[in-house]
Design a protein around this ligand. Sequence first.
Ligand code: HMG
Ligand code: MG
Length: 302
Amino acid sequence: MQALPKHVTIKEVGPRDGLQNEAAEVATHDKIAWIDRLSETGLPYIEISSFVHPKWIPQLKDAQQVADGIDRNKDVTYAALVPNQKGLERALEADLDELSVFMSASEAHNKKNINKSIEETYDVLQPVVREAKNAGKTVRGYVSTVFGCPYEGDVPIKQVLEVSKRLFDLGIDELSLGDTIGVANPLQVDQTLTEIKKHLSVDQLAMHFHNTRGMALSNVLVSLEHGITTFDASVGGLGGCPYAKGASGNLATDDLVHMLHAMHIETGVQRDRLTDAGLFIQSKLDKWLPSHQMQICNKERV
Ligand code: HMG
Ligand code: MG
């Protein structure tokens, strides 16, 4: 096994990627209480919501109220998704630390997700990134469908690289590579990162896995061997993408923390507090959360 990093940064995306795909409506005050719990777990980063069109993602229509209501922990970076100028204006009003722009490596998913071609999206995002940076925010970029598209199937690595490089040219600080529909396998992650590392520094990359087919932790291990030290995850494995059928279940933060700590890799996260936060949001949804850690907890409680 290659040398592994000693510390990993986990970016909690549950309140955004987790809730955006949930049928059950979570009350704004419950979202706030959940994020406040997550803020006390030692997680350094929480994506709290998304300033997209409320008609497209009604689950996150209360982004402003959530941003206003949470108790901000000075050790936590609070972030949200921003698709365009209108989203930027709303997000700046909410005064978050970091804003995330997003697009896909495949044309069809980009169109379904944000109603623009890839080429048109650069024109939309250019002023958004510039103005966000002028306002003192850091900007994260997401590329979706890196390992496969629900509409186009295989996505050539050169398309991923093209979109990634253009996002860095726009001025993003970090790029998150998304396995939107959870199809990535460890060999593919190895091959993709080998290619990407020829052009981009691992220090600027994060991996965003979905566990739809149970391969997320294996993909994390391969990424760790490539020197990746930032991973997106969602407590309990909540999550998905409404414009990618079958994209259920983000990599679970609690399973990730369990594996990393067992391998003596620090995260700064307190597992008991993370479990409490998972149990809290589970109690607000009409279902058990899919992570292994939550299943163990649920079995112990019945
Ligand atoms: P559009 O309909 O093309 O927007 O939607 P438009 O620019 O034509 O404007 C139409 C109307 O919407 C206008 O109002 C705008 O003001 C309004 P009107 O003049 O008709 O009254 N509008 C907005 N209102 C509020 N907030 C806004 C906003 N923008 C326009 N931000 C748009 C384009 C991008 C807005 C829409 O397609 C959208 O909201 N898409 C969201 C899709 C989404 O959230 N997908 C999930 C997140 S991505 C993901 O999950 C992947 C990720 O996890 C990584 C991975 O797993 O791969 C990140
Ligand atoms: Mg996602």
